[in-house]
Design a protein around this ligand. Structure first.
Ligand SMILES: CC(C)(COP(=O)(O)OP(=O)(O)OC[C@H]1O[C@@H](n2cnc3c(N)ncnc32)[C@H](O)[C@@H]1OP(=O)(O)O)[C@@H](O)C(=O)NCCC(=O)NCCS
Length: 154
């Protein structure tokens, strides 16, 4: 079901405090302050791939990706706990995939921290499949589950 009153727009510098907070949901291996520079860098390098979901003027979710040679990495997607399961993540992912399509992406890779494994059904709903895992990908003891989706060129 499409949630009502939610809009998706590009991330702005003024969103960085709340986005850094949300980022800990998708990156349980780092603190908000440790991860913030990564978000800032993503916003600077790929402003078109840095999106937020807004409800009543408040940022409640975000997504970021990077792309090189047609291969995109979905860096993060997170929705505030109280809004999860209402379709917001789906809206963010759809917009991100469209932005990636415009950038020429053919393959999308998602790297999911093992503690976020409960998000795997979300990715499967959006046509991602597990292709493997990488030990210590996010640091010692922080393994990643790797998912992939191909984007059809239309
Ligand atoms: C993963 C996440 C972004 C999904 O966003 P969302 O707004 O909750 O997801 P949606 O409401 O759009 O989609 C819900 C669908 O995803 C699946 N899903 C999402 N979270 C799930 C969970 N915890 N357990 C099982 N299924 C889940 C379900 O299949 C559900 O489908 P349904 O509506 O047919 O039942 C969000 O739950 C989140 O922020 N999680 C914490 C951070 C994280 O793990 N990020 C992914 C790693 S980068």
């Amino acid at each position: 079901m499409q949630p009502s009153g939610i809009t998706i727009r590009r991330m702005r510098e003024g969103d960085l405090d709340i986005v850094s907070e949300l980022a800990t949901l998708a990156n349980p291996h780092v603190t908000r302050d440790e991860y913030r520079p990564h978000i800032v860098e993503g916003l600077r390098e790929n402003p078109d791939l840095s999106l937020v979901a807004v409800k009543d003027g408040r940022v409640i979710g975000y997504v970021q990706a990077d792309i090189s040679d047609g291969k995109a990495i979905l860096e993060d997607i997170a929705v505030a706990r109280e809004y999860q399961g209402k379709g917001v993540g789906g809206m963010l992912l759809k917009e991100e995939l469209e932005a990636l399509r415009l950038r020429g992406a053919k393959i999308i890779i998602a790297e999911v921290h093992y503690k976020c494994a409960s998000a795997i059904p979300f990715y499967y709903k959006h046509k991602f499949r597990i292709i493997g895992s990488i030990q210590d990908h996010f640091g010692i003891g922080h393994d990643a589950i790797i998912l992939k989706r191909e984007l059809k060129v239309t």
